[in-house]
Design a protein around this ligand. Structure first.
Ligand code: IPM
Ligand code: MN
Length: 352
């Protein structure tokens, strides 16, 4: 098949890990006779440096015209001053909004060989296989903001239609899994959460009767995710809660560097990024973990290009590389030699 893929490496370790994901996509194309056209463009602080804005028009145009976007990471300590008007993070928020990517999928399946890397006990990690479905273009992230000398406010708003469509995504994905949906909200306090609970209940009861549905309050869910993570299958939640809970699930996997994500809209086009950030403290040293980025490339093959066989093969190659002990510094056993970013990427290529 032919596909256009926009590659937006971004900041910090973004370019290093994206280079490995890109190599894997090119290898898949070569070996399976596909034609992938990969075009790169700047985003985030890298784009601010080059063009004065985090999401230049040319980058957005490239993304719009592509079948999928392979994204690295954004963020740069030079822009941490809260009074700044232009920030790298604005680019990813704008891309999500502009491309209509309202559903963010963040799977977490701890590798058996990495149980020691997780702070949780071994017996708690057995059987953990969960998927966070995070609403990505609504809620407090996109509400009105205001600020004066004495106060600040961030509006949190959800419409029925926004909740319905994310509930449907959770329902469809649950059908391919264990059919158990946990919807997370704060309905004992927030009005948006009361609406959320009501709409999710209706959609799942009416359209996904074969799936179980349960509601949990976000504070309790945050605790239970650590106390009995294997209990969860699909967790569906609003933007801010999903941001927080999905980082928590990374602790189960052992490293933030391992987790991939897919951001999807109504059609097949999606944006794929590791959930880790730009990690400026280790950037440019060739030691970042590329597995989250490569796993994101696998999700791209599956969700945007419909190449399930290729996606599964790439995931298997990552799984085997980890099983064979090819581990970057975030995961390597103390006293052993850690793999570099490109050695880990090469390990995946060798096993593909
Ligand atoms: C993420 C990130 C972003 C978010 C930031 C960089 C805006 O933390 O993708 O989870 O909060 O959504
Ligand atoms: Mn986050």
């Amino acid at each position: 098949m032919k596909a256009r893929i926009a590659v937006l490496p971004g900041d910090g370790i973004g370019p290093e890990v994206t280079a490995e994901a890109r190599r894997c996509l090119e290898a898949v194309a070569r070996r399976r006779g596909h034609q992938f056209v990969l075009e790169e463009a700047p985003v985030g602080a890298a784009a601010i440096d080059l063009c004065g804005e985090p999401l230049p028009a040319a980058t957005l145009t490239l993304a719009r015209g592509a079948d999928a976007v392979l994204f690295g990471a954004i963020g740069d300590p030079r822009f941490h001053d809260p009074s700044l008007q232009v920030r790298p993070e604005q680019a990813i928020l704008a891309l999500r909004a502009e491309l209509g990517l309202f559903a963010n999928l963040r799977p977490a399946v701890p590798h058996p060989a990495l149980r020691r890397a997780s702070p949780l006990k071994d017996e708690l990690l057995a059987g953990v296989d969960l998927l966070v479905v995070r609403e990505l273009t609504g809620g407090i992230y996109f509400g009105r903001r205001s600020r004066d000398a004495e106060s600040a406010s961030d509006e949190c708003r959800y419409t029925v239609a926004e909740i319905e469509r994310i509930a449907r995504v959770a329902g469809r994905l649950a059908r391919g899994r264990r059919r158990h949906i946990t919807s997370v909200d704060k309905a004992n306090v927030l009005e948006t959460s009361r609406l959320w609970r009501q709409v999710v209940t209706r959609v799942i009861r009416e359209e996904f009767r074969d799936c179980g549905l349960e509601h949990q309050l976000v504070d309790s869910a945050a605790m239970l995710l650590l106390a009995r993570p294997a209990y969860y299958d699909v967790l569906v939640t609003e933007n801010l809660f999903g941001d927080i809970l999905s980082d928590e699930t990374a602790a189960l996997a052992g490293s933030l560097g391992l987790l991939p994500s897919a951001s999807l809209g109504d059609g097949p086009r999606g944006l794929y990024e590791p959930i880790h950030g730009s990690a400026p403290d280790i950037a440019g040293r060739g030691i970042a973990n590329p597995y989250g980025a490569i796993g994101s490339a696998a999700l791209l093959l599956r969700h945007s290009l419909g190449l399930e066989t290729e996606a599964a093969a790439l995931e298997k190659a990552i799984h085997q590389s980890i099983g064979d002990g090819v581990l970057t510094a975030d995961l390597a056993v103390r006293g052993t030699q850690a793999a570099t970013t490109s050695q880990a990427g090469q390990a995946v290529l060798d096993r593909l």
